[in-house]
Design a binder for this molecule. Structure first.
Ligand SMILES: Cc1ncc(COP(=O)(O)O)c(C=O)c1O
Length: 407
């Protein structure tokens, strides 16, 4: 097959057609009318975009500071700042005392953004050469395994490093057993490569009635006579137990609450904790269908209209990060008014119920979560709960193709 070369296209005609279709008005296309290219059509991203609210991040950070006694605050920005984008949250979170993450490239990004303060690798290093980058970027890192101590002992550095020794106090994920903790500390303490040793653990059930006491006791019993700063609490521990100094200790490690999602949604919502949504996922209606009673909508026809009704088609689907398993009835805002999704979420679109919203038209705003431009709020936790998941998963799943803007 012969591929066509560059073809002369009557773009001016195309422009007229696109404008006729109302797509320019909808923001779907942008007609570049610069003198150099008078009739070039530049396809714009779909109307779907995520706004990152800098003031909300600042507000949530100060709220967590307030709740964590005198502790210093790590802003946990792993997974690209829980899907928000490191560069987009940096301004709102630069009042933190440090940033904690997993990936070396995230640490590098923060240094590139100009952050000179503490950076902590929450799972430490994975291979020997990572330690060189730790030295170069001046990173603090968690040590949770003997193999990491072995690597440190072979690391050639003039400048000793600060490490956070992690105890497995009951979560049974990462960390030295309480019985092995002391000998790990002694090994680290004997290394010239190590400067300061801080102690940490991570709570498994700070968000439920089980709480933090059992793990706190284990941690204290096996570390109370060791020197060094302590770090134990995540968002749930800070909000629920942070007034206890033993819980907040020297450093708290807060993630989800910074982004305006409640760590114990179901028990307490964001309004209870005084948190604000840091992300608003907004799009537009790109179609309106008039269904007759008995018509169904979307793949599999899983929703059938019980009466004649209008259905809105929204430019947002599972390839954007919206959960495919969100069932009919998942809350959504159209022009700030609450309605529900209908039928199956498809790759690029989802459908919404317009029965109670007779005046909406194509191009009207749809808010999947966060703040509508009219000020109404749909909490990400509510959408997550309807879809059988948690706010963490929804924000982290925001797809790379979605335009993100910090405001
Ligand atoms: C070790 C560690 N500390 C702190 C956090 C932050 O937790 P959260 O987002 O629940 O505040 C995490 C996140 O999972 C973590 O793995």
């Amino acid at each position: 097959m012969k591929w066509p070369g560059k073809q002369a296209v009557d773009v001016s005609q195309r422009k007229v057609n696109i404008q006729d279709a109302g797509l320019v008005a909808l923001g779907l296309y942008h007609a570049d009318s610069s003198p150099d290219s008078p009739a070039t059509i530049i396809p714009m991203p779909r109307p779907l975009h995520a706004l990152i609210h800098t003031d909300a991040l600042r507000h949530n950070l100060s709220r967590l500071r307030q709740a964590s006694a005198d502790a210093r605050v790590w802003a946990v920005v792993k997974a690209n700042a829980y899907g928000h984008g490191l560069a987009h949250v940096f301004e709102g979170l630069r009042g933190a005392d440090g940033f904690a993450m997993l990936d070396l490239n995230e640490a590098q990004t923060l240094r590139d953004l100009g952050w000179r303060g503490p950076l902590l690798l929450l799972e430490g290093v994975f291979e020997q050469r990572d330690l060189e980058l730790c030295s170069r970027l001046d990173l603090w890192h968690v040590v949770h395994h003997e193999a990491q101590i072995d690597m440190l002992s072979k690391h050639k550095t003039q400048v000793p490093q600060r490490v956070f020794l992690k105890m497995n106090s009951g979560m049974n994920r990462l960390g030295f057993t309480p019985q092995a903790f002391r000998s790990a500390w002694a090994r680290l303490n004997a290394l010239p490569q190590v400067d300061e040793i801080s102690l940490m653990t991570h709570f498994a059930r700070a968000d439920d009635a089980h709480g933090v006491d059992a793990q706190l006791q284990v941690f204290e019993r096996h570390s109370s006579d060791l020197p060094g700063e302590r770090s134990l609490a995540n968002s749930a521990a800070v909000l629920r137990h942070g007034t206890r100094e033993a819980v907040s200790a020297d450093w708290v490690r807060t993630g989800i609450a910074l982004y305006g999602s409640s760590p114990d949604h179901g028990l307490h919502d964001v309004a209870h904790w005084g948190l604000q949504a840091a992300m608003s996922l907004r799009s537009q209606l790109v179609g309106v269908q008039q269904l007759k009673a008995g018509d169904s909508v979307g793949y599999g026809g899983t929703f059938t209209a019980p009466h004649d009704m209008a259905v809105g088609i929204v430019a947002c689907g599972y390839a954007d990060g919206y959960p495919r398993h969100a069932p009919t009835g998942t809350p959504v805002l159209v022009n700030g008014l609450r309605t529900r999704t209908l039928g199956r979420v498809s790759m690029d679109m989802l459908c919404v119920d317009l029965s109670e919203l007779p005046s909406v038209v194509m191009g009207d705003e749809v808010t999947m979560w966060g703040n509508a431009s009219t000020g109404q709020v749909l909490c990400i936790d509510e959408v997550a709960a309807a879809a059988g998941t948690v706010g963490y998963e929804l924000m982290c799943a925001l797809a790379a193709r979605v335009t993100v803007m910090a405001v």
